[in-house]
Design a protein around this ligand. Structure first.
Ligand code: HCR
Length: 385
């Protein structure tokens, strides 16, 4: 039944929210939603989903040939999708609306060394509030693997679903045993949020993403129920060696479960039935504390309110933070200054992305980027040793 999953007292505000989405022009993240659909986690924490299987990230460095490396990159990428797009359904019963980050909001974390795979560190900064843009870096320094990226979303409404076009890309840099390095550009899938009518939203991926670099171009095509295998969360990935010669490698399956080679290899390709490793959050102040712009400090009471069902507290605190941020922007405008990003420098054109665009049909042919200043906080720098 429509609205079945919505608490009775919130059915009115849920249908108003849906009406507002249907006529929305622009940014869904800043719209007020009923409490039952709120997540206590800010979007600045989401980049951690890229590394919930740190051993697969580290293993990219162990590949001996370009083919092995391209397969290791693809395997790690596909294995992140379950975390990125189904976590809230698994832990909270449906997709939720994340907290909308403030400009300059930060998140730091790490995954410890285990079985010699090395430490992996994560740093995230909200580089724009409107539109929301999150930049991040994830690095396993001892293995020489680093991911730098940014993402934003453009949302629209179509036949009862929210369509989310992801804007942005990530660049993976891998140090080679020979001394050089290889760069891979990764683009992001399109999302369709269904189940709104019932108050139980969930995500399906659509269209294609690209992974290009190291002499290979990988195209991952996403399909939901009724395509390829008829199953939800299906994909087909084709890895093509560049420069003529060599055969395609094809992998098919479901990204939240497993996949196998259907050409150019045998057996299982990826399997995410094993447990994931959640990031350990760490304070970025020299004392090890979290500073006022660190996400879990900034949103502490809002998150507490949402988790404990105290929505008055959540809403009062959210309004206080939003007003403070608005005042900060007004003060900057009055003094002719702008907010200075702590860890990233905006750059109009990313040359690594442009090279990918030349080798594929990917549009747009050019994208901006955020260059990491290489200034890890001391607390994380210490984790790298
Ligand atoms: C679309 C979304 C905000 C953006 C989230 C992104 C795309 C962020 C980057 C991560 O790498 C992957 C990711 C996963 C999330 O699924 C996606 C969010 C899902 C919902 C949220 C909307 C802004 C909120 C929609 C409100 C609904 C649930 C009613």
């Amino acid at each position: 039944q429509p609205g079945d999953a919505v608490p009775v007292a919130q059915r009115g505000s849920w249908s108003s929210f849906l009406k507002a989405i249907a006529s929305m022009s622009g940014d869904l993240s800043s719209m007020t939603a009923p409490p039952f659909i709120l997540s206590p986690v800010s979007l600045t924490e989401y980049p951690a989903y890229w590394c919930e299987r740190p051993e697969l990230f580290a293993r990219i460095a162990d590949a001996k040939t370009s083919e092995e490396r391209a397969l290791a990159v693809l395997r790690w990428f596909i294995s992140t999708l379950k975390g990125q797009y189904t976590t809230r359904n698994e832990s909270a019963g449906s997709e939720k609306k994340p907290l909308n980050p403030a400009l300059g909001e930060l998140f730091y974390g790490y995954w410890p060394d285990k079985d010699g795979r090395g430490q992996t560190t994560l740093l995230t900064e909200q580089v724009s509030h409107h539109p929301p843009i999150t930049a991040y870096v994830i690095e396993n320094e001892s293995k020489g693997v680093k991911l730098v990226g940014h993402n934003a979303q453009k949302t629209s409404f179509s036949t009862g679903s929210i369509i989310v076009k992801q804007i942005g890309h990530a660049v993976l840099t891998v140090k080679l045993p020979s001394g050089g390095e290889e760069k891979y550009v990764l683009t992001l899938p399109r999302l369709r949020i269904d189940g709104l009518w019932y108050g139980a939203p969930y995500i399906e991926l659509s269209e294609s993403t690209y992974i290009a670099g190291g002499g290979y171009v990988g195209v991952i095509d996403y399909k939901g129920k009724g395509y390829f295998s008829g199953k939800s969360h299906s994909f087909k990935a084709t890895l093509t060696p560049q420069g003529g010669g060599g055969k395609d490698i094809v992998v098919e399956g479901t990204w939240h479960q497993n996949s196998k080679f259907t050409s150019g290899g045998h057996g299982t390709f990826h399997d995410v039935s094993t447990p994931k490793e959640i990031v350990t959050a760490i304070g970025g102040e020299p004392s090890g504390e979290m500073g006022p712009m660190e996400t879990r400090k900034l949103w502490e009471l809002v998150a507490k309110g949402i988790r404990e069902g105290d929505f008055d507290l959540a809403s009062k605190e959210k309004t206080r933070i939003e007003n403070e941020m608005r005042q900060r922007r007004k003060d900057e405008a009055a003094s002719g200054t702008t907010w200075e990003l702590k860890h990233f420098k905006p750059l109009d054109v990313d040359p690594v992305y442009e090279k990918l665009a030349m080798n594929t049909k990917i549009a747009p042919s050019s994208e901006d980027t955020y260059v990491f200043r290489n200034n890890w906080p001391e607390t994380l720098q210490a984790k790298k040793k």
